[in-house]
Design a protein around this ligand. Structure first.
Ligand code: PNS
Length: 163
């Protein structure tokens, strides 16, 4: 079985992430989308909320699993017997960080964990979770960036409502 993992913060999931997820799911038998539980990074959504949003947004794709992980990606991937990481590249500015991560994971795993990059579709090249949050925090329109239920959840967070 050809398996891959798409790790990320997904705070929250955007149409850019969903573009990568759909396309990667076509090339693998099983794609695990996994939310990093990073205690050092302040997030708008809890890990459970992010996992729930990803599950809802990908519920029509049969070969997707959504989980969370903490610690090193190589340890988590080894536990699941996964040898391929998927990451999206939006622009040249992503490249340096992604290349470093990919090479670090390859070194740490002694060649067991490799990374495959998908070029983000042009219509989502500008998109990031951070910019979506910033636009929403000022009441801007984020409907072109995220599914409707995610947009509602973001606005609710900024209004201080519980989800
Ligand atoms: O969506 P993000 O924040 O760009 O995702 C970054 C992520 C989760 C892929 C990366 O930070 C990661 O894999 N963190 C886990 C810790 C780890 O394994 N670090 C070593 C590789 S540099």
């Amino acid at each position: 079985m050809k398996k891959a993992i798409y790790p990320g913060s997904f705070d929250p999931v955007t149409f850019g992430h969903l573009d990568i997820i759909r396309r990667a799911a076509e090339s693998f038998d099983e794609l695990t989308v996994s939310v990093l539980n990073n205690v050092n990074k302040r997030a708008l959504f809890t890990v459970d909320e992010r996992v729930a949003m990803l599950k809802e947004a990908t519920k029509d794709i049969p070969n997707i699993k959504v989980e969370s992980f903490c610690g090193l990606l190589i340890d988590y991937a080894k536990e699941k017997d996964i040898h391929t990481v998927i990451r999206g590249l939006r622009a040249i500015t992503d490249f340096e960080y992604e290349l470093q991560n990919a090479q670090t994971n390859r070194m740490l795993s002694k060649g067991e964990l490799d990374t495959m990059f998908l070029a983000t579709s042009l219509e989502y090249a500008y998109l990031s979770s951070s910019s979506v949050k910033e636009i929403a925090s000022f009441g801007g329109d984020i409907s072109p960036c995220v599914p409707t239920f995610v947009a509602e959840a973001i606005y609710a967070k900024y209004k201080g409502e519980s989800l």
